[in-house]
Design a protein around this ligand. Structure first.
Ligand code: SAM
Length: 236
């Protein structure tokens, strides 16, 4: 990858950055995202945070090569500890699991003051993020699901606001599937949940062969209910 071209996944993340905003890209790896945004004049101030030495060095090399070290500040540290309160307007965390992303947000909650937008791209467990956002005053504003190189990615964008607004009376399912995504039902969404259904049915099959205990029975019933709800969404 070079600095002027991003993957479809990161380009979609970049498109959610409001022009002129200051950003922190946490877990920036090569700092491709903030570099792209700066080189293209979309932003003028970024913090690229990295906890690991290798990616931290790659980020430093990248911004030095591009001559943008005065705009993209590469810092080594865990999660949001690399930024100060009020330093940035957007926080971007991409390419990690939903559990790690929520842990980073939770641990750094004192750094969210002054932040007006979260742009989060979990590779898995997006539902954990939806729950966290809802519990912490962040309204889910946009969701994208896309496929690239046979992998499916979700992007969640949140701003402070009415946490209940995106949800209806089917909240458990909406938290799992994504309230906007389940209404849009694009090809990537159908593909993702068709594949999940396939895995769940295999698990159900294993339960059916397992010795009957109260626990197994309960799990079987829960999974059967979930399968039929998700099937209903993707088939209508
Ligand atoms: N954000 C880039 C992207 O989406 O292409 C890189 C994703 S890469 C898979 C995840 C990066 O997050 C790694 O470079 C890793 O070192 C970094 N990382 C993991 N946990 C972190 C944490 N707690 N704080 C900062 N960086 C972290």
């Amino acid at each position: 990858m070079n600095e002027t071209k991003l993957s479809k996944r990161l380009k979609t993340v970049a498109d959610f950055v409001k022009p002129g905003s200051s950003i922190a890209d946490i877990g920036s790896d090569h700092a491709y995202l903030p570099s792209y945004l700066c080189v293209n004049g979309q932003i003028h101030y970024a913090v690229a945070g990295e906890v690991n030495e290798g990616p931290y060095q790659s980020a430093l090399t990248q911004v030095k090569k591009l001559g943008i070290s005065n705009q993209v500040h590469v810092r080594k540290g865990n999660g949001l500890e690399v930024i100060s309160p009020q330093e940035v307007e957007h926080i971007i965390i991409a390419g990690m699991g939903g559990a790690l992303i929520t842990e980073i947000l939770e641990a750094g909650s004192d750094k969210l003051e002054g932040v007006n937008r979260l742009i989060l791209q979990p590779n898995v467990m997006a539902d954990r993020i939806r729950v966290w956002l809802k519990q912490n005053g962040w309204e889910l504003k946009y969701e994208v699901i896309l496929e690239e190189d046979e992998k499916i990615y979700e992007i969640l964008v949140a701003e402070r606001g009415n946490v209940d607004k995106p949800y209806s009376n089917n909240i458990d399912l909406e938290l799992l599937l994504g309230p906007f995504l389940m209404r849009e039902k694009n090809a990537a969404f159908i593909r993702k949940w068709t594949s999940e259904l396939y895995s769940w049915k295999r698990i159900l099959n294993q339960f059916e062969q397992a010795k009957e205990t109260g626990g197994v029975q309960r799990k079987k019933e829960e999974l059967t209910r979930l399968i039929s709800k998700v099937e209903e969404v993707i088939s209508t």
